[in-house]
Design a protein around this ligand. Structure first.
Ligand SMILES: [Zn+2]
Length: 258
């Protein structure tokens, strides 16, 4: 794409993020740079994939409303800073950079796979909690408190599939390549499942020394909570980064066989 339209679209997106206070200043600057890179390299289709992912996330937020967290198990997530933007969109930008450098279609498809995973994960984390039944751990299948990572529900899993398929559809329409539909849908959906798997097995969970609640917060009831399972540094940003990496690699590999 020409640089001027890419610059205008990226500025509009960054302005919107600042105006809605969705991102910190550092987060906005990084998002602007990534959006500029993605749009300049991938043109209208790449921008449409990015915009639908962001708008889908915002729409799911509105639709689901404030998530209930009566036991305070979820980490408080404030305004999105540069680290969070980097963990969530950084690899998408990396795939586009590789596409620009090598001209290999597989990296463009991998970019869409990463974004499909992002939208699938966002929809599942917003829509899943609306399920009447308590979520179950993806590994043990035992009921766990709503909001704790690693929980799955039928509604959440269905919304993961929908999110991944929507991004695959946008990409296929934009590029005229229907053969990428199953690749991007599978990469996004399986990446979101991998996210739940890491959330269940690897993400740090703490036990409150006062009330005994298992939580993702490092303190509870005013006391420092003790590591109960998982790896101490493995927080939600790290899980998102690794799931994106999973989707990138899977989409690239699947793209080589179509
Ligand atoms: Zn407590």
């Amino acid at each position: 794409m020409e640089y001027l339209p890419a610059l205008l679209l990226s500025s509009a997106l960054a302005g919107l993020a600042l105006w809605r206070r969705a991102l910190t200043l550092g987060g906005t600057l990084l998002a602007f740079a990534l959006c500029l890179l993605i749009t300049a390299v991938g043109g209208g289709t790449a921008f449409a994939v990015l915009a639908v992912t962001l708008l889908g996330t915002v729409a799911a937020d509105r639709f689901a409303g404030e998530r209930k967290d009566p036991l305070s198990v979820r980490r408080k997530s404030g305004s999105r800073d540069a680290v969070r933007v980097g963990c969530n969109v950084g690899l998408a930008g990396g795939a586009m950079l590789l596409y620009a450098l090598t001209g290999k279609d597989g990296f463009f498809i991998a970019y869409a796979g990463v974004m499909a995973e992002s939208l699938a994960d966002s929809l599942a984390s917003k829509v899943g909690p609306l399920s009447k039944a308590p979520p179950r751990d993806i590994c043990t299948f035992r009921p766990i408190p709503a909001g704790l990572s690693g929980g799955v529900s039928l509604l959440g899993t269905a919304s993961e599939l929908l999110g991944a398929a929507v991004i695959a559809g946008v990409f296929a329409l934009g590029t005229g390549r229907a053969d990428t539909l199953p690749v991007i849908t599978a990469a996004g959906f399986l990446g979101a499942m991998f996210d739940s798997l890491l959330g269940s097995r690897a993400q740090a969970k703490f036990r409150c020394p006062v009330c005994g609640q298992i939580t993702e917060r490092e303190s509870h009831c005013g006391e420092a909570a003790l590591l109960a399972s998982g790896v101490k540094w493995m927080n939600n940003d790290a899980v998102n980064f690794l799931s994106n990496l999973f989707s990138l690699l899977l989409a690239y590999l699947l793209a080589t066989v179509i």
